[in-house]
Ligand binder design. Structure first.
Ligand code: RB5
Length: 153
């Protein structure tokens, strides 16, 4: 199955590089835009991609914006999405192994292209370890479903 890619204008060049990198490795990519450096609003790019990942059309997605922060916030509002903003390969590996992250977010104005590609590789080459991490994800899912605890003393 293809990897879903998306970016705003600030992430456009890095998204293109990531797409070329993955295709050179024989992977299929599905490009959700944007397709130029003209300004766009990152939630408009995030929504179709995260909806497709949450629906199971793609196993994993990568979203890029200037800092990666806006894409991360937007993506994590969607049920079933666990987006991880990574600036190093250790975090990228743990995001898959511990958090079963299904979206990698990157800040194109934060990480250089070489590091960004290493982060992408670490993310895609790692897999969820389950076990105690599964229990924690279920507790996150409880919060996502509106689960609340009393805040009164
Ligand atoms: C666009 O200028 C910038 O705000 C956006 O790419 C991103 O960094 C938002 O979090």
């Amino acid at each position: 199955m293809a990897i879903a890619l998306g970016s705003d204008h600030a992430g456009f060049a890095l998204k293109k590089l990531i797409g070329e990198h993955l295709e050179a490795k024989g992977m299929e990519v599905a490009d959700f835009g944007t397709f130029s450096e003209s300004s766009v609003d990152y939630p408009d790019i995030a929504l179709p991609l995260i909806a497709a990942v949450a629906a199971g059309d793609y196993p994993l997605g990568i979203l890029v914006c200037g800092t990666g922060i806006g894409m991360t916030i937007a993506a994590n509002k969607y049920p079933g999405i666990r987006a991880a903003l990574c600036g190093d390969t250790f975090s990228a590996r743990c995001a898959r192994e511990h958090n079963d992250a299904n979206i990698l977010t990157l800040g194109a104005r934060v990480v250089g292209p070489g590091l960004a590609l290493a982060i992408v590789d670490a993310f895609l080459e790692s897999s969820f370890q389950g076990g105690r991490h599964q229990r924690r994800l279920e507790k996150i899912a409880f919060i996502e479903r509106g689960g609340r605890i009393s805040t009164s003393p």
